[in-house]
Design a protein around this ligand. Structure first.
Ligand SMILES: C[S@@+](CC[C@H](N)C(=O)[O-])C[C@H]1O[C@@H](n2cnc3c(N)ncnc32)[C@H](O)[C@@H]1O
Length: 283
């Protein structure tokens, strides 16, 4: 049975969080946030004064934000081809939803976020919308310039390999300090490091790149070497096949390679074409 609005407003944050946790997991079809994380969010966010916040994806976390933030923006969509996950409608129909504090931007975040104009710095951002690569990174790109110093960045599902890479990147970044990890959700605090220019470059200054630069180069060199070796082996195998199959063709093959080496492949090809044309006239 629905809880009357007056009773909801009388609930303590702890009671409200428990009520949201108690909502069955089939609240919507896109996978709800776990209870441990909801409780961690309530604990951490209640210590902050949240004027403006945003999240990608909609669900139980939106219900919580609607009580903890004065103005919360949700970037989400429900309709996927012919399937409706119901994550927006479930929230909007819940007795625990404070509609007047929440703004929905409905649509694919890949399309809505790049055009969204944030009028105020954000105190909290939760990334929990589309999980495929590179969508969480794309969302990060459009959010990070708006996160205020001391603000909180929450990244969900860090067990997904590509999201884990973003998590590892953030762990090494000057702009963020890892505050807590709860289940598969990471809580990062924005430090006072200068904003990384979102329209510049500077990969060589980023902690993750500095830390892994030598290892990445060694790996790339190793791969290049292996590719070259494989190409050489294939080349030798082709030569051996040519020797076995046709003595005359083999000589031409060596000649072609020698000419190409000295005068370039274009010249060798021109000679080959002229030779073939000459032979066909003879025939
Ligand atoms: C894992 S659920 C979010 C769960 C929510 N935080 C909760 O506590 O219940 C993922 C959400 O992202 C939305 N979503 C998935 N792909 C999206 C996309 N490309 N653009 C916008 N929203 C998307 C889903 O509809 C769903 O609302």
């Amino acid at each position: 049975m629905a809880t009357p609005a007056t009773e909801v407003s009388a609930l303590s944050l702890e009671q409200l969080t428990q009520k949201i946790c108690d909502i069955p997991n089939d609240f919507h079809e896109a996978g709800v946030m776990g209870n441990g994380v909801l409780k961690a969010m309530a604990r951490i966010l209640s210590k902050m004064h949240i004027q403006h916040s945003a999240e990608t994806g909609s669900g139980k976390t939106t219900l919580l934000f609607s009580h903890l933030s004065h103005h919360h923006t949700v970037f989400a969509k429900d309709q996927f081809d012919h399937f409706n996950v119901g994550s927006i409608s479930a929230v909007q129909g819940s007795e625990f939803f404070q509609q007047e504090r929440t703004e929905y931007v409905v649509g694919a975040t890949q399309e809505t976020l790049p055009h969204h104009h944030f009028e105020h710095p954000l105190d909290v951002v939760l990334i929990d919308g589309p999980h495929g690569f590179p969508f969480p990174e794309l969302e990060y790109y459009f959010f990070y310039p708006h996160l205020r110093e001391g603000g909180l960045l929450i990244l969900d599902d860090i067990h997904i390999p590509t999201i884990r890479r973003l998590y590892e990147f953030l762990r090494e970044d000057d702009m963020f300090e890892l505050e807590e990890v709860c289940d598969y959700t990471a809580f990062f605090r924005r430090t006072n490091a200068p904003l990384f220019n979102p329209v510049g470059d500077g990969w060589w200054e980023q902690g993750f790149n500095v830390k892994h630069r030598n290892a990445a180069r060694e790996e790339a060199d190793r791969e290049l070497l292996m590719l070259n070796e494989a190409a050489n082996e294939a080349d030798e195998a082709a030569t051996v096949r040519a020797v076995k199959s046709d003595g005359e063709r083999n000589i031409k093959y060596y000649l072609f390679r020698a000419v190409a080496k000295v005068f370039g492949a274009d010249f060798a090809l021109r000679v080959q074409r002229t030779w073939r044309a000459f032979r066909s006239q003879e025939d």
